[in-house]
Design a protein around this ligand. Structure first.
Ligand code: MG
Length: 161
C-alpha cells in the first residue's frame, strides 16, 4: 500500500472582538483568533498536513488571504475543498493526529464535537481523527495568551494502492 505523510503548523493571534472557532466549534471565550477566514488554527494546520502529504503546496497558495471569497469563511468548507484535492489525486485519509497549543481557554470539553466535525468532512471515522490539547506551562506566546498554535500530522492511503 502506498502511504503519504504530511505535517502542518499554524498560529493565530488572540484578539478582542472575534469569535474563537476551533475545529468548527464556537468556543465561549473573551477573545477570538484574528485572521482573514474564521482563523480556525486547528483546521488550518490539518489542511496543511493534507496538502503536504501530496506535495500540493500550502493553504496560503490555495486560499490566498487577499481573496475576498475567503473573508470570514468557515474553515470547515476550506477543509472540504482540500479533501476534494486529496480525492482527485486518488488518496483517502488514513488518520490524523493533532494538537491545539493554548494556555486558555480549556478546550477539552469541546474535543468530542471537534472530532465529530472533522470526521464528517474528512469522510472518515472519529477513531481516525485525534485531537489533543496542551499548554506550554505559561511559556512563550501561547503561554502568555497572545495566540493559539496548532500542529497536525496526516497520513493518506492510495485508493486501490
Ligand atoms: Mg491560518
Amino acid at each position: 500500500m502506498i502511504i503519504k505523510v504530511g505535517i502542518g503548523y499554524d498560529v493565530h493571534a488572540l484578539v478582542k472582538g472575534r469569535l474563537l472557532i476551533l475545529g468548527g466549534v464556537e468556543i465561549p471565550y473573551e477573545r477570538g483568533l484574528l485572521g482573514h477566514s474564521d482563523a480556525d488554527v486547528l483546521i488550518h494546520a490539518i489542511m496543511d498536513a493534507l496538502l503536504g502529504a501530496l506535495a500540493l503546496g500550502d493553504i496560503g497558495a490555495h486560499f490566498p488571504d487577499r481573496d475576498p471569497r475567503y473573508s470570514g469563511i468557515s474553515s470547515l468548507s476550506l477543509l472540504e475543498e482540500v479533501m476534494k484535492l486529496v480525492e482527485a489525486q486518488g488518496y483517502r485519509l488514513g488518520n490524523i493526529d493533532s494538537i491545539i497549543v493554548a494556555e486558555r481557554p480549556k478546550v477539552a470539553q469541546f474535543i468530542p464535537q471537534i472530532r465529530s466535525n472533522l470526521a464528517r468532512v474528512l469522510k472518515t471515522d472519529e477513531s481516525c481523527v485525534s485531537v489533543k490539547a496542551t499548554t506550554t506551562e505559561r511559556l512563550g506566546f501561547e503561554g502568555r495568551g497572545e495566540g493559539i498554535a496548532a500542529q497536525a500530522i496526516a497520513n493518506l492511503e492510495k485508493v486501490g494502492g
